[in-house]
Design a binder for this molecule. Structure first.
Ligand code: FAS
Ligand code: PHB
Length: 399
């Protein structure tokens, strides 16, 4: 087999890249180790930045998003039993976010793949990357027990945090920055109407809670939990009691309880691997960076990476101009680090850290009170939350 770009992974990064390259006439093959059902079944991100929505629109994949996505012009912070709203649209000249689950995004990308000429090989196992520092890289893999090889010009590692792409970069080349948080998020899905028409991020002495949603009838809630806690420690009743406590009486007024049909715990970390290029190998998405989900940046960062990478690959093939490829890592990282900062800061503002003393807690509450009364502080949150410029289509990404 031969192609121009071998894409490892059919998550958001891999599939957005594959669609962008297909649209630009660049030949690519996606190698995914799991099945479509498995990838589409993973409950993950819930909030699309304005740039991600614009890309779905540019790809002509926004029909369901426009029909079913929930546009949010604001978001809410709750602390000490109170709640206040940040009017993001008013503070950013009309920008907003759209609540539309990652599962729906993946369904739209997969459904359109065949008609768009996006080639995906599912259940590709035992991948190995070769020749990355030469001009003839290749990807070896097995499928149904049969050994196969894909020759290519470039490899895009869109294979997530545990993929083979980053692992193929020599340790003396790769620089890693990491912060592992001493807690995780326990999340549930329940067929109950959301407690608020927008999201609520709550800071409470017990810990963080988030009231989110997937539709007007399906809610997504999270509570911060210790790293030693297990799903079986959390009955639905305990979960709902804790959500109400952490949101406070005003924010939880009218909260509708119901049986959870999905319950999972995710660890939180901040992570960046540099550079995002090694010879003919390019990293994108979770393969290169992880953010705590507090800022709703994870999937959106994957999208902005591949928007820049697709532009660079297209420039290479269309005009034999390597400047985009040579500048990709620095350009992508400039935006990644700003999202890492916001996600780290927002996590520090809203979560209870085990080593927090009374002074640290008062600092959190004082900062929330300051934000409540400051248009400048709220503007800073708003412009980061709706998404800094994504840097595609010539838009500067390093503002
Ligand atoms: P992904 O991990 O989504 O996709 C990588 C793909 O590569 C997978 O399909 C995998 O099967 C495949 N792969 C891996 N190794 C391979 C190999 N060797 N060969 C072939 N294929 C291979 N983000 C938010 O914005 N909000 C959230 O609330 C949120 N919650 C999350 C909860 C969890 C539990 C996790 C893990 C992440 C969450 N994220 C959230 C972040 C998440 O949405 C990611 O940012 C997003 O999926 C990144 O997309 P990709 O970079 O495509 O990586
Ligand atoms: C979600 O709905 O899953 C969600 C929303 C906002 C976040 C994280 C997760 O910051």
């Amino acid at each position: 087999m031969r192609t121009q770009v071998a894409i490892i992974g059919a998550g958001p990064a891999g599939l957005f890249l594959a669609h962008l390259l297909a649209r630009a006439g660049v030949d690519a093959v996606v190698l995914e180790r799991r099945t479509r059902d498995y990838v589409e079944g993973r409950v993950r991100a819930g909030v699309l930045e304005q740039g991600t929505v614009a890309l779905m629109e540019r790809l002509g994949l926004d029909a369901r998003l426009r029909a079913e996505g929930l546009v949010h012009t604001g978001t809410n912070l709750a602390y000490d039993g109170e709640i206040f709203r940040i009017d993001m649209a008013a503070l950013t000249g009309g920008s907003a976010v759209t609540v539309y689950g990652q599962q729906e995004v993946m369904r739209d990308l997969f459904d359109a793949a065949e008609s768009r000429g996006v080639r995906i090989v599912f259940e590709a196992e035992d991948l190995r990357l070769d020749g990355l520092t030469g001009d003839r890289p290749s990807v070896a893999f097995t499928r149904n027990g049969v050994a196969q090889s894909l020759a290519c010009d470039f490899v895009a590692a869109c294979d997530g945090f545990h993929g083979v792409g980053r692992a193929s970069i020599p340790a003396d080349v790769l620089k890693v920055y990491e912060r592992v948080y001493p807690f995780g998020w326990l999340g549930i899905l329940a067929e109950v109407p959301p407690v608020n028409h927008e999201l609520i991020y709550a800071n409470h002495a017990h810990g963080f809670a988030l009231a989110s949603m997937r539709s007007p009838t399906r809610s997504r809630y999270y509570v911060q939990v210790g790293l030693d806690e297990r799903i079986e420690d959390w009955s639905d009743e305990r979960f709902w009691d804790e959500v109400e406590t952490r949101l406070g009486p005003q924010a939880s007024a009218g909260l509708v309880r119901g049986p959870s049909f999905e319950k999972s715990i995710a660890p939180l970390r901040s992570f960046v691997a540099e550079p995002m290029r090694y010879g003919r190998l390019f990293l994108a998405g979770d393969a290169a960076h992880i953010v705590p989900p507090t800022g709703a940046k994870g999937m959106n960062l994957a999208v902005s990476d591949v928007a820049m990478l697709a532009e660079a690959l297209t420039l290479h093939y269309a005009e034999r101009d390597a400047s985009g490829l040579d500048g990709y890592s620095a350009r992508a990282l400039a935006r990644v680090w700003k999202a890492e900062r916001f996600s780290w800061w927002f996590t520090g503002l809203t979560h209870r850290f085990p080593d927090m003393d009374a002074f640290a807690r008062r600092m959190q509450v004082a900062e929330l009170a300051y934000i409540r009364g400051s248009k400048a502080a709220q503007t800073a949150i708003a412009e980061n939350y709706v998404g800094l410029p994504m840097g595609f289509g010539g838009e500067p990404s390093n503002r």
